[in-house]
Design a protein around this ligand. Sequence first.
Ligand code: ADP
Ligand code: MG
Length: 242
Amino acid sequence: MTTAAYARNLRKTYGRGNTAVNALDGVDVDLAAGQFTAIMGPSGSGKSTLMHCMAGLDEPTEGDVFLGDTNISNLNDAELTAMRRDRIGFIFQSFNLVPTLTAEENITLPARIAGKSIDEQWLADVTRRFGIQERLNHRPAELSGGQQQRVACARAIASKPEVIFGDEPTGNLDSNSATEVLKLLRTSVDEMGQTVVVVTHDAKAASYADRVIFLVDGKLVNEIHSPTTDQILATMAGVERS
Ligand code: ADP
Ligand code: MG
C-alpha cells in the first residue's frame, strides 16, 4: 500500500503559559493512497488543526508532515504555495466559489492562475461523473448548495491532486445533497484513483470512508476500517466518555 501523506509526532500549541492549548499532542498518522479517510472526534479535539497542518495551511509547533516523499516542513513559502496549488485539493464547508465566475470558470481558475494547461478530457469526465455538465455556464447564485459543492469538488480534483482534503464538506448541505457529495467523493476514490480525507462529525457521512480515525484532546485514540454507521456511533460514544 502506498502512503499519500503522513505525519510524525505532530504537535501544535496555541498560546503560551497557563493559557496554552495543545491542539495536537503527538499525532502519528499515515494516509493510504487511493483511500477515503474520515477524521472524527469531539468539537475542539484538533480535527481541523490536523487537517490544516497536513495540507500545509498551518504550521505545526513540532513534528513533520510528508506529502509523498516531500517533508513539507522544509518548504519555503513559495514552495508551499506551489505544493498547495499543484498537489493538494481542498473542499470547504462554505464552498468558497467566486460569485462572479461561472461554474466552469471556477473549476479552471486555479490552473489559469498557475498558467497551466487544462486537461479537457479529464475535466469532461469529472463534470459528467459529478453531474454538473449542464450547469457549467451558471454562476454560483444560480446553483443549489449541493450543486455548488459538486462544482467545488470538481475544482479540487481538476489538477489530479495527490490528496483531496475537506473540512466538514457536507456540513452546510441538506441530507440529500450531502449524500450526493459523499457518493461523488466515493466515486473519486473507487473509479478515479483519488485519495480523500474529510473531517466530519456526522457518523453517516463517515460511513462512506474506508477508514475512520478518532481524535480526542489532540491525540489519535482509535480507528475503524470499513466502518458501519452503528460502529462509528458506538466508537464516538466510547471516546467521548473516556
Ligand atoms: P476541531 O476541528 O476538532 O473542532 P480545532 O482543531 O479547531 O478542533 O481546535 C483544537 C483546539 O485548538 C481547540 O481547543 C481550539 O479552541 C484550539 N484552537 C484552534 N485554533 C486556534 C487558534 N487559532 N488560536 C487559539 N486556539 C485555537
Ligand atoms: Mg474543526
